[in-house]
Design a protein around this ligand. Structure first.
Ligand SMILES: [Mn+2]
Length: 351
């Protein structure tokens, strides 16, 4: 052991903080303080996230209004729109949310497409070959989910062909924002959204909420997307602080009710039996269930095969169909585990 090691103790909560919150032990108070939870509101949100009070207004996101207006313009003009996802769990969940929300406000298979990039052949971000294809197929609007922030060149290419792009993303902006028609990303300069650590699917959820508001869709309907938001938040390893706590807590309640055939089937092949108690608002599902049981399976589809299978699973209308995709995905996950074991066998030093 290194004798010279100098321990650095994090800042301790000041005395006034103790006077303000005598109900907590000094250990708890220090932990709260060190997480930046210093007001009654922050502490309440941490211990008891509340859907009706702890979520921020979607239109605080810069360009969210512009994106919503452009989407409704496309609907009125009967333009063709394509949702462009990403191959990981966050991208697939986010693309599902946006695709479903667009269907709910009136888009049909005649004017709404979906495109999931191939990890091996196309890689991360909006792919130029895909843009070429959208130009040929006479699309008018591309909506990227969980990617696009750094896709300057493909977006310029689309712009030159009067194809507008809405970027809905949460990746850091490098140098300059993309030349998109609307850029919704809490990390950009001048964005006033109070919470920055949303995953891509959560940003898509926010835009979906704004679409529902404008379309006068029943209040509360958007909650049924929270299973996907929770899944994406956990698998993208977002900090479970602030708004994410509310999204994940209620997302687990939605997941436990297993209304979405795809996730019900995925739980079935993973050996998970969800329980939900409506009266006490409790469930046996935990973030762990998403992070270690369901998430890796969903990610395996995009890593080993193609994210199209994961998208098809999450969008299946019938349970039997969903179960077929879930079994396929479970098989891919076993292959992935086999590969991981084979590789670690070659390099035992890393294990
Ligand atoms: Mn992401």
């Amino acid at each position: 052991m290194n004798k010279d090691k100098k321990w650095q103790i994090k800042e301790q909560a000041p005395e006034e903080f103790g006077k303000e919150f005598p109900e907590f032990s000094s250990l708890t108070r220090n932990l709260l303080w060190q997480r930046g939870l210093k007001t009654q509101k922050d502490i309440d949100e941490f211990f008891n996230p509340d859907y009706s009070t702890d979520l921020h207004a979607p239109l605080l996101l810069k360009d969210a209004q512009k994106a919503v207006d452009r989407i409704f313009e496309a609907l009125e003009k009967k333009e063709k729109v394509v949702v462009y996802g990403d191959y990981d769990s966050d991208g697939v969940c986010g693309a599902t949310i946006m695709h479903n929300a667009l269907q709910d406000i009136g888009f049909t298979r005649h004017n709404l497409g979906i495109y999931m990039p191939d990890r091996e052949k196309e890689g991360y971000g909006l792919h130029e070959g895909a843009v070429e294809q959208f130009i040929k197929e006479k699309y008018n609007l591309i909506i990227t989910i969980d990617c696009g922030t750094t896709s300057h060149k493909p977006i310029s290419r689309a712009n030159k062909n009067s194809l507008d792009v809405i970027v809905i993303d949460h990746h850091r902006v490098i140098d300059s924002p993309p030349p998109a028609y609307a850029f919704v990303n809490p990390h950009q300069e001048d964005d006033e959204y109070p919470f920055k650590d949303l995953c891509g699917a959560a940003v898509a959820f926010k835009v979906a909420c704004a679409l529902y508001q404008k379309a006068d869709i029943n209040e509360g309907r958007e909650k049924w997307f929270l299973d996907l938001v929770a899944m994406a938040t956990i698998t993208d390893i977002m900090p479970l602080l602030g708004e994410n706590r509310t999204l994940v807590k209620y997302g687990l309640f939605v997941l436990a009710q297993a209304e979405r055939p795809g996730l019900r089937a995925l739980m079935e092949v993973s050996g998970i039996k969800p329980v939900f108690n409506q009266d006490s608002l409790t469930t046996n599902l935990k973030p762990w269930t998403l992070g270690f049981m369901l998430g890796p399976r969903l990610n395996a589809a995009g890593r080993i095969d193609h994210a199209n299978t994961a998208f098809a699973l999450l969008n299946a209308d019938r349970y039997e169909e969903a179960l077929k995709f879930a079994k396929e995905i479970d098989e891919r996950n076993r292959e992935r585990q086999g590969l991981a074991r084979a590789v670690s066998g070659l390099f035992p030093v890393f294990m």
